[in-house]
Design a protein around this ligand. Structure first.
Ligand code: SF4
Ligand code: SF4
Length: 108
C-alpha cells in the first residue's frame, strides 16, 4: 500500500462501518441501553406483493410466502433502519419502535 492510497482506504472503511446493512443489533445499543424493539406492520390492502421489502431488509425480518406476499419472519432482528418503508412503492409497510409498556404488557 502506498502512502497515497491509505487515507482513501480509511475513508472507505469508515463508510462501510456506517452502512445500515452492516449493522447488528448490538451495534445499535450503547452499553447502558436496553435492546430497542420494533413492530413491523404490513397493510395487506395496499400491498401488491412486489417483494421489495423482503429483498431490501438487511436483517431478513421479512419473508415472502408461497404466493409472494410478505410476512414478518422475526421482528426481534429488526434494527428500525426503515429500508423496507422507504422502498415500498405503495406505502404498505410501516415500522415503529415499541415502547417499554408495549413490550411488557401481557398478551391476551
Ligand atoms: S426497518 Fe425494515 S428493512 Fe430495516 S431491519 Fe426492520 S424490517 Fe428490515
Ligand atoms: S414493498 Fe410494499 S408492496 Fe412490495 S411486497 Fe413489500 S409491503 Fe408489499
Amino acid at each position: 500500500m502506498t502512502p497515497k492510497t491509505k487515507p482513501k482506504r480509511e475513508k472507505t472503511r469508515r463508510a462501510v462501518e456506517k452502512s445500515p446493512s452492516q449493522l447488528t443489533v448490538s451495534d445499535t445499543n450503547t452499553p447502558s441501553e436496553e435492546k430497542r424493539r420494533f413492530e413491523i406492520n404490513i397493510f395487506r390492502g395496499w400491498c401488491k406483493c412486489c417483494g421489495i421489502c423482503a429483498a431490501f431488509c438487511p436483517r431478513e425480518c421479512i419473508r415472502l410466502d408461497e404466493d409472494g406476499a410478505p410476512y414478518v419472519e422475526d421482528a426481534d432482528r429488526c434494527t428500525g433502519c426503515g429500508w423496507c418503508e422507504i422502498h415500498c412503492p405503495d406505502f404498505a409497510i410501516s415500522v415503529h419502535e415499541r415502547k417499554a409498556k408495549e413490550i411488557e404488557a401481557p398478551e391476551d
